[in-house]
Design a protein around this ligand. Structure first.
Ligand code: AMP
Length: 441
């Protein structure tokens, strides 16, 4: 079995791009799928997001397509959501950067004109939602005769979203002679059926699902209405310094991390708390982590990016001040507790706008996280108008992300109108700090 990417006999351009991306060792699905795909086999891959499945098919596909050729697409990748289509395109862009291969992404929810222009300029790889692909094909903008590769990503989700009709229709309009790859997180009867219609003598490759959280970690979820209440709840929890001996507070952005840090520093003094994020110099980060590890500092505030790859474990509590948007980070975050402390606790604060990611996390870890009510002593704040608006907008965007063929003209208009009433980042930061001060009674 290949131990490094060099062993796959990929070309130099691709190997250099892999190196730039910082990948050193192929993941298990890449180990299993790349060679058979290079040899031209049909594949049925059972692998979840987070396993490296995208590169598992993108790398050999780029290797086979090599360079820009002709005008019509030679590869079609079907994806159920706009979000996934964009992620796939991002992967292609990273690995194809030393080639001249052309990729166009097609999804609904916005006018097709730009997409049509891009196709007309010549394309090698199309990444598309089934609905938008068909719309453009039927309108005569896509020529399928050169397609050699057909990839169906997250096939289970496509079935759940009712795309089976569109997929059958697409299978009718693509050339018969082609290589087919299907990836799915789970195997359902419908996926089994579509793979029967779609794949020829496929090789089945399967990898174990993502690491599930250790049993020693108890997971708790507090539905919280807004930011101020999150701060009140955090203060309340930290009062119990016997239980909360050594904790990491995870935040989704540097700004939030800095604000929480200043808030805690004022409350507990500079000796008790450190912050790490990408804007802090390497030395500062190392020093902060060292003092936290030594036990000199009780609280570490961190962003996911800064915490990735750092050896900070053995903490009594992980507090997710925000639900992570990169859902795999949830498993990484909570994996830092429940080791030396036999029963670690992972506590997540979740607003209504964050439940979208929470649901995805629960699906990923295949468990639901126990909901707990905010303790009575914690003051529940009113949600300010600007925060309410921002959350409503976020929820609207999430809906549009989930439904790539959503014709959202009305919503788009509505969003444009609400744009001006959104707080500017600087104001938001200021009001956050003010709130933090106020709640720091
Ligand atoms: P995916 O399952 O394709 O969504 O990939 C999950 C994450 O793993 C992405 O952030 C990839 O960039 C990353 N990834 C994929 N393959 C590797 C690898 N061999 N080494 C390091 N990171 C990887």
């Amino acid at each position: 079995m290949a131990k490094s990417f060099e062993d796959f006999k990929l070309n130099r351009q691709i190997l250099n791009a892999i190196e730039d991306a910082g990948y050193t060792v192929p993941t298990p699905i890449q180990q299993k799928a790349i060679v058979p795909i290079l040899s031209g086999q049909d594949i049925m891959g059972i692998a979840q997001t987070g396993t490296g499945k995208t590169a598992a098919y993108v790398l050999p596909m780029l290797m086979k397509l090599k360079y820009a050729q002709g005008k019509d697409a030679r590869a079609l990748i079907l994806a159920p959501t706009r979000e996934l289509a964009m992620q796939i395109e991002e992967n292609i862009r990273i690995f194809a950067k030393y080639t001249d291969l052309r990729t166009v992404v097609l999804y609904g929810g916005l006018g097709p004109r730009t997409q049509i222009t891009q196709i007309e300029q010549g394309v090698d790889i199309l990444v598309a939602s089934p609905g938008r692909f068909l719309d453009l094909y039927l309108a005569g903008h896509i020529v399928t005769k050169s397609l050699q590769f057909l990839v169906m990503d997250e096939a289970d989700k496509m079935m759940d979203m009712g795309f089976i009709g569109s997929i059958h229709r697409i299978l009718e309009v693509v050339p018969r002679k082609r290589q087919n790859l299907l990836f799915s997180a789970t195997m359902s009867a419908l996926v089994e059926k579509i793979s029967g219609d779609f794949l020829k003598f496929p090789l089945r490759v399967e990898v174990a699902p993502q690491a599930t959280p250790a049993h020693t970690v108890s997971q708790i979820l507090y539905p919280v209405p807004n930011l101020k209440t999150k701060l009140n709840l955090l203060q309340h929890l930290l009062k119990d310094d016997e239980a909360f001996q050594r904790l990491i507070i995870f935040c989704k952005t540097k700004t939030v991390a800095d604000n929480i840090f200043h808030f805690l520093e004022r409350k507990y003094g500079p000796e008790q708390v450190r912050v790490i994020h990408a804007n802090k110099g390497q030395n500062t980060r190392i020093n902060s982590i060292q003092s936290f590890k030594d036990g000199a500092v009780r609280i570490l505030v961190a962003t996911d990016v800064a915490a990735r790859g750092l050896d900070v474990a053995d903490v009594s509590h992980v507090i997710n001040f925000d639900v992570p948007i990169v859902i795999e980070d949830y498993v990484h975050r909570i994996g830092r507790t429940g080791r030396a402390y036999k029963s670690g606790e992972a506590i997540t604060f979740c607003t209504e706008a964050e439940t979208y990611y929470l649901k995805k996390i629960e699906k990923l870890i295949r468990q639901s996280i126990t909901k707990t009510e905010i303790p009575e002593e914690v003051f529940i704040e009113e949600t300010p108008y600007a925060e309410r608006q921002a959350m409503a907008k976020e929820i609207d965007l999430q809906k549009r992300k989930e439904n790539p063929d959503f014709k959202g003209a009305f919503h788009e208009k509505k969003l444009k109108n609400t744009k001006s009433s959104r707080p500017k980042p600087s104001n938001k930061t200021k009001s956050f700090q003010k709130n933090a001060k106020r709640s720091g009674r």
